[in-house]
Design a protein around this ligand. Sequence first.
Ligand code: ADP
Ligand code: MG
Length: 238
Amino acid sequence: MATLQIKQVVKRFDDTEVLKGIDLEVNDREFVVFVGPSGCGKSTLLRIIAGLESATSGDLLIDGERINEVGPADRGLAMVFQSYALYPHMTVEDNMGFSLRLAGVGKQARRDKVLEAARILQLEPLLDRKPKALSGGQRQRVAIGRAIVRNPSIFLFDEPLSNLDAALRVQMRIELARLHEELDATMIYVTHDQIEAMTMADKIVVLQGGVVEQVGSPMELYHHPCNRFVAGFIGSPK
Ligand code: ADP
Ligand code: MG
């Protein structure tokens, strides 16, 4: 089980309020997409959920437990970034197993976990390669693999496909949907791309200027946008 509640989350940097009281619920195993224009606060909200940034005020709850003071490593989350940040001198296997090594997991258990993630991501033939010998799509899969080995109950993705070309983005969208099925995990996915949001989400959260404009399924937003901004952004006919 992994439900997430966000209650009245405000974030201020100096005197600028970038999140203006966010209320949101993410259900167990839901695929939720935060979408909105550049600078609207998507990454800040995701980093607050991950524990990489603290909220100025407001609460976060996972399965009903307040986690504001819980460190990033103990929240049961794993984050996948846009820049893959793989270690260039390590093989794919070592990159994927590195966080387990840091956590003191033994060699055989680490190998088992990495092989399982490599199977899911079709990376088995590449385990001995270094990142520079991989394509962009393969690197992104390794970055996702690093998250999978930690068995998170919630995955956080921050624009993970924006460095890939259009054809590969389409393929990766399909792979992420399959991953969501196979892993039975809750996924929160940030993008500024409405097509990604419409094709991947169970639930879309439209953000603008640090405010949630609307929450709903792709069909609800398309057919019943609550205002002109949402209609324009989603591309609905009204
Ligand atoms: P998005 O991911 O939607 O593009 P961000 O969450 O990265 O937006 O940024 C939201 C706003 O907060 C932007 O105006 C950005 O400049 C500002 N911001 C983000 N991080 C910081 C920071 N560490 N210090 C000051 N301002 C920041
Ligand atoms: Mg961002």
